[in-house]
Design a protein around this ligand. Structure first.
Ligand SMILES: NC(=O)c1ccc[n+]([C@@H]2O[C@H](COP(=O)([O-])OP(=O)(O)OC[C@H]3O[C@@H](n4cnc5c(N)ncnc54)[C@H](OP(=O)(O)O)[C@@H]3O)[C@@H](O)[C@H]2O)c1
Length: 331
């Protein structure tokens, strides 16, 4: 049989993308990963590379940690308490074997506390080992509006302010690697929202999914901002959305969605696949600063009214620098 042409493959991919539901579900992954042109894993390895993964004890963070370890990398994953760290190491030993699990270690990090972020970053700097990448994976949807110990709205701090501070404080160890990547896990939910820097902390009328989508949109805009400011620094910035995957987070915060989507949800490994790919493959670095899904660059907007200009992106950058109390020194 004649293999499909590149044009035919692009057509199938675009048709999936247009449906949203099929694209985000396990159907999207199953179809795309069988298409000709799907980048094969054979060309990349984690050997000799060291990564930080936030929220490595659960869902997509665990799958990312396991994927990087399987490829031969060293991983420092973050947890919020020591018991979760020990339980995750035990699970990695069972799932991957002792050799791979021995390349993993954990450290405590609570993104809802900026002093914890700085402590975590200081611990990495003190190790005096280069970092090949950071995966900003940790996140959650909060049922009601609340503020952190730093006086910032929880969703905004967890997804936007704290990762921004962590990246800034890890810049020396990332630069030391010669070539490093910062990868952020956003959500397809961000397609529903326009960036609104002034109201990113939901000062009034809090709705969990709206606050979450605003924060996830901000992650995408900031990734482009980092790339623009740090082009040529040896660090590339990528952002990926995982589609919909069945994780403890989805079960806890979206029980109705989980019931409705049921068997359509991806496995955590399928959701984390593009994140692991971005961490290990060199191909994405030819197109940095972009949004990825299923190993391909995706559009930033599905609805015309979600577009915003450079001024809004600049306003977000200034606001986050102010709230994170850092000023990353780019170009
Ligand atoms: N699953 C999906 O379909 C989906 C879709 C789109 C985007 N995402 C994104 O994917 C990422 C992972 O989500 P998941 O579905 O894997 O959820 P999950 O199973 O609930 O895992 C979330 C992880 O984030 C950690 N975390 C939460 N708040 C934190 C904080 N303040 N400080 C440090 N760590 C914190 C959690 O730690 P604890 O265990 O201590 O709570 C956990 O390790 C999130 O950014 C989420 O928004 C997921």
């Amino acid at each position: 049989m004649t293999p499909p042409t590149a044009g035919a493959v692009r057509l199938v991919d675009a048709a999936l993308e247009a449906t949203v539901v099929l694209s985000f579900s396990r159907v999207g992954y199953a179809v795309r990963s069988r298409l000709a042109g799907w980048p094969q894993d054979g060309g990349f390895t984690g050997a000799g590379r060291r990564f930080v993964v936030t929220g490595g004890n659960s869902g997509l963070g665990y799958a990312t940690t396991a994927g990087l370890l399987r490829a031969g990398a060293v991983v420092v994953f973050s947890v919020r308490d020591t018991d979760k760290g020990e339980a995750t190491l035990a699970r990695l030993r069972t799932d991957l074997g002792v050799e791979a699990a021995d390349r993993a270690g954990f450290d405590l990090l609570d993104l809802a506390d900026l002093s914890s972020v700085s402590r975590f970053a200081a611990n990495r700097r003190a190790e005096e080992l280069p970092l090949s990448g950071v995966v900003h994976n940790a996140g959650a949807m909060f049922a009601t509006r609340s503020e952190t110990v730093d006086g910032l709205e929880h969703t905004y701090q967890t997804h936007v302010v704290a990762p921004f501070r962590l990246t800034t404080e890890l810049l020396p160890t990332l630069t030391a690697a010669g070539h490093a990547r910062v990868i952020t896990v956003t959500s397809g939910g961000m397609y529903a929202q326009r960036l609104d820097a002034a109201r990113i902390d939901a000062p009034t009328g809090y709705r969990p999914s709206t606050a979450y989508a605003h924060a996830k949109r901000a992650q995408v805009v900031l990734t482009a901002g980092w790339q623009q400011r740090f082009a040529g620094s040896g660090i590339d910035f990528h952002v990926a959305h995982p589609g919909w995957a069945l994780t403890p987070g989805v079960e806890a915060s979206l029980p109705r969605f989980r019931r409705v989507t049921g068997p359509l949800l991806r496995t955590p490994d399928q959701g984390a696949d593009t994140v692991v790919y971005l961490a290990l493959s060199d191909r994405p670095d030819q197109r940095p600063g972009r949004l990825w899904h299923d190993r391909e660059v995706r559009s930033l907007h599905k609805l015309p009214w979600t577009r915003s200009g450079r001024d809004e992106a600049a306003a977000l950058w200034s606001r986050v620098c102010h709230d994170a109390e850092v000023e990353p020194a780019g170009r």
